[in-house]
Design a binder for this molecule. Structure first.
Ligand SMILES: [Cu+2]
Length: 280
């Protein structure tokens, strides 16, 4: 398996490898700097007044300024402007996130305690598999396993069968669950959505061409005892490599469906066993 390509530096949101992830990062930073600006102004004014007008310097409380219409108008209008400045791009981004139209590949994703199932649609219809925690992580996590987790590459972040997707393609996930609420989350795609029994949620992403590689995520809804042991691994390939992978998967499915060669003749049909003895 190739190198992990997660883009987080461990301190901030990952800058990501999709349009949506970059937009989210940009919005996050925009709001962050607005908050920094507000903090500087508010705490600056507070600290200045505390120091400048302190009692020991002979300051006397100004009992004359109990009401100021001008000040009240300013401190209503300014926050409203700030909120609108943040709300407009936020609403635009939410609409973009929800726009799953014109997707080129749909995949049904079902959460189970504690694994994921990926069932491809469209051109890859018929490819369907489970993705569970990798064996070496699973061994190491057992109580008294004697295995140092630090020696296990990508401990608890590796699966047996990663989700394989093509780059430069609008991929739509249809998320649901078979038991409890799970959540499919891959930070580098800016993708996170709940998988709820009885509901189908949508999610889309389009990984930039040239950003092929392995991306990792986790279930993001506390879903029971082994919640921490159902990671997500996405293997992004070029469209050509993806097509080859799909063809290989389909061939394997066909092979498995063939009747076993030279099976021995079945024994004479025995009467089916009765489940209950009927009284005479
Ligand atoms: Cu889960």
């Amino acid at each position: 398996m190739s190198v992990t390509t997660n883009t987080s530096n461990g301190y901030n949101l990952p800058t990501g490898v999709t349009d949506l992830a970059r937009d989210m990062y940009g919005l996050h930073m925009e709001v962050f700097w607005i908050c920094v600006g507000i903090a500087v102004v508010v705490f600056g004014a507070m600290i200045y007044t505390l120091v400048k007008f302190r009692h020991s310097q002979g300051a006397v409380a100004d009992t004359g300024m109990l009401h100021s219409t001008k000040v009240e108008i300013i401190w209503t209008i300014v926050p409203v402007i700030i909120l609108v400045v943040m709300a407009v791009p936020a609403a635009e981004l939410i609409l973009k996130q929800e726009d799953t139209r014109n997707s080129q590949l749909s995949i049904r994703v079902t959460g189970y305690q504690w694994k994921w199932e990926y069932a491809y649609m469209d051109a890859a219809e018929g490819v369907d598999f489970f993705s569970t925690l990798a064996r070496d992580s699973n061994f190491a996590r057992q109580l008294d396993s004697g295995i140092d987790p630090n020696t296990v590459p990508n401990y608890l972040l590796e699966v047996d069968h990663p989700l394989v997707i093509p780059s430069g393609t609008k991929v739509r996930l249809l998320l649901t669950s078979q038991d409890v609420i799970h959540a499919w989350w891959v930070p580098d795609f800016g993708a996170k959505r709940a998988a709820i029994p009885g509901f189908v949620n949508e999610l889309w992403f389009k990984v930039d061409p040239g950003k092929e590689g392995i991306y990792r995520g986790q279930c993001a809804a506390l879903c029971g005892r082994d919640h921490g042991f159902m990671p997500i691994v996405v293997d992004v390939r070029t469209p050509d490599d993806f097509k080859k992978w799909v063809d290989a998967q389909k061939a394997a499915v066909k092979q498995a469906a063939l009747p076993a060669p030279a099976a021995p003749a079945p024994a004479a049909a025995a009467p089916p066993p009765t489940a209950f003895a009927l009284p005479n």
